[in-house]
Design a protein around this ligand. Structure first.
Ligand code: NDP
Length: 336
């Protein structure tokens, strides 16, 4: 078996030497266990947080432990009554080629899923996150303006497309001309602005002439600074992620803008709400899947995967994800 463990904790941006590839003999399943072969590993921004020591909503990965992660896996051997060899399951096997499981937390994949990796993307955790944060917290009304950053990515692409289906005017924010073009031409957003452009603030203002009613927060930092003054009275801000801060060692330098933020929330009656998808909405996964699967099948919701080949390339891909080098949902193909 091959696995990638956390070798050391990053200071700032992770580097390749924070990870170590290890080889061990293939484990044999005991009574009630299955042996799983990993086909696809999902790479997601939250993994950066797990590399830190310290309190969070989930415990950190220990030094020398296998990096955590969602996987699409195939049952190779089974001593479990509910699983047979050949079954495809959604698992949390982590960064390894094989894993043992006692069946807890394994979900059999819908056989109708012709492309199993989608269970890690548009039909899995990121799509679910987009759907719930947008509809349950953002609650966009027809004609309102919805803005989302990391717009070409796993979560942002679904946020914008679902907001369009609900009749909103949708403006994306993305890094670089290729992503901006894709978000408008392929995903059908009404506009998209480049956060790396020197004219970003002015471009965002031009793209949101009626202000912003829903800002789906994925990044924080200077993107949020540009959004804040454009929020309308009664705006909703689902706080999903802050990826521009995940590598930060400390708070950014001043001036202290707390009063600007709180004053804006206060005077404009703005509601900001954070959420952790499985914790807050785990019980509503089926509702999401039943809505999303037909949209994906009919092409009303499009997706883009950034497929990385081989477990050994996972560290570089996670490092890249935190710098915006990915283009679409990052999945590592580990076996066929
Ligand atoms: P993406 O596929 O969108 O990939 C990350 C993207 O973030 C990059 O491609 C890049 O896009 C953007 N980015 C990276 N660094 C910066 C930066 N410094 N400034 C601005 N943009 C940056 O990732 P996901 O869709 O998987 O995740 C999106 C967000 O959703 C993350 O914040 C993640 O933590 C959060 N999330 C939260 C969950 C929850 O339960 N609350 C669950 C799942 C995800 P670009 O080049 O366009 O800027």
């Amino acid at each position: 078996n091959h696995r990638i463990v956390l070798a050391s904790r990053p200071k700032g941006a992770p580097t390749p030497d924070n990870f170590r590839l290890e080889t061990e003999t293939l484990p044999a399943p005991g009574a009630g266990e299955v042996l799983l072969k990993t086909l696809y590993l999902s790479l997601d921004p939250y993994m950066r947080g797990r590399m830190n020591d310290g309190p969070s909503y989930a415990p950190p990965v220990g030094l020398g432990e296998t990096m955590v992660g969602g996987t699409v896996s195939r049952v190779e051997q089974s001593n479990h009554p509910d699983f047979a060899p050949g079954d495809l399951v959604l698992s949390f096997s982590g960064w390894q080629a094989y894993a043992l499981s006692n069946g807890e937390g394994l979900t059999r994949l819908d056989p109708a899923l012709t492309r199993p990796s989608l269970a890690l993307g548009v039909l899995g955790m990121p799509g679910f996150t987009a759907y719930m944060g947008l509809l349950d917290i953002g609650n966009p009304k027809p004609g309102e303006t919805v803005v989302v950053a990391a717009a070409s990515g796993a979560v942002g692409s679904v946020v914008g497309q679902v907001a369009k289906l609900k009749g909103a005017r949708v403006v994306g924010i993305a890094g670089g001309a290729d992503k901006v073009r894709y978000v408008v031409d392929e995903l059908g957003f009404d506009a998209c602005v480049d956060h790396r452009s020197p004219s970003f603030e002015a471009d965002l203002a031009a793209a949101t002439p009626d202000g912003i009613d829903v800002y789906y927060e994925n990044v924080g930092g200077k993107v949020f600074d540009a959004v804040l003054p454009r929020l309308n009275v009664g705006a909703r801000v689902p706080v999903c992620g802050l990826i521009s801060h995940y590598n930060a060692e400390s708070l950014p330098p001043g001036p202290d803008r707390t009063s600007l933020l709180l004053g804006t929330l206060l005077t404009k009656s703005i509601r900001m709400q954070g959420f952790i998808i499985w914790h807050d909405y785990g019980h509503r996964y089926q509702e999401f899947f039943d809505a999303m699967a037909p949209w994906v099948t009919s092409g009303q919701v499009k997706f883009r995967e950034d497929v990385v080949d081989g477990l050994a390339n996972a560290p570089a891909a996670l490092i890249g994800l935190l710098e915006g080098k990915n283009f679409g949902k990052v999945v590592v193909r580990i076996a066929d």
